[in-house]
Design a binder for this molecule. Structure first.
Ligand SMILES: Nc1nc2c(ncn2[C@@H]2O[C@H](COP(=O)(O)OP(=O)(O)OP(=O)(O)O)[C@@H](O)[C@H]2O)c(=O)[nH]1
Length: 223
């Protein structure tokens, strides 16, 4: 298959970005995909970032794929992030595979209260290595960190897995907003750095940046 398929739905009536990388409203664009099992909180994560709100109530699984745009300013550059929210359900996997190739960054989520969502991260990484660009930026996120009483995955387990794959890691909450903006800002910084590093500019290390900036849950119950 060539290029990104056209069949995506939009919530905002926005058109997927197909224009050249520069426009008066932003300096560069980046395609980011949210991946992970159904129910880990991908849609809530995106809504929290885009609108600063938490979608509570009945869980409505994403069908296929959806996207939102948001412009963030990092180090003086306006980066337009086009964020694709994928369906975690297995039956939509072949649809979402087609979108991996154009993505510059992937946020891979598991749910700290759901062991199988963590166990499946290795399978997600195998899919990523099969379908995504070799230099895609990957970040591992343990979501629902606000639900400490139901935690079954220790923060150290997420850290160990992330270290094994050489990717940045943090725990997040789409409910409280903890580390949500940071995840996207770190991606935007990395994309800006890749787009054009000035000779006198120090190199950007996304893992170090995330480690220095991330908030830890105030109360952690370890199992
Ligand atoms: N407490 C808490 N609940 C969350 C959080 N994120 C999501 N949820 C809840 O988890 C459920 C699933 O969230 P979604 O965002 O729809 O999950 P998803 O990963 O997009 O699921 P699919 O669309 O099926 O792939 C919903 O009931 C949310 O309210 C979080 O950070 N904390």
């Amino acid at each position: 298959m060539t290029g990104t398929p056209e069949a995506a739905t939009t919530r905002d009536g926005e058109a997927p970005e197909r224009s050249p990388p520069c426009s008066p409203n932003y300096d560069l664009t980046g395609k980011v995909m949210l991946l992970g099992d159904s129910g880990v909180g991908k849609t809530c994560f995106l809504i929290q970032f885009k609108d600063g709100a938490f979608l509570s109530g009945a869980f409505i699984a994403t069908v296929g794929i959806d996207f939102r745009n948001k412009v963030v300013t990092v180090d003086g550059a306006r980066v337009k992030l086009q964020i694709w929210d994928t369906a975690g359900q297995e039956r939509f996997r072949s649809v979402t595979h087609a979108y991996y190739r154009d993505a510059q960054a992937l946020l891979l989520l598991y749910d700290i209260t759901n062991k199988s969502s963590f166990d499946n991260i290795r399978a997600w990484l195998t899919e990523i290595h099969e379908y995504a660009q070799r230099d895609v930026v990957i970040m591992l996120l343990g979501n629902k960190a606000d639900v400490s009483s139901e935690r079954v995955i220790r923060s150290e387990d997420g850290e160990t897995l992330a270290r094994e794959y050489g990717v940045p890691f943090m725990e997040t909450s789409a409910k409280t907003g903890m580390n949500v903006e940071l995840a996207f800002l770190a991606i935007a910084k990395e994309l800006k750095y890749r787009a054009g590093r000035q000779p006198d500019e120090p190199s950007f290390q996304i893992r170090d940046y995330v480690e220095s900036q991330k908030k830890r849950p105030s109360c952690c119950s370890f199992v």
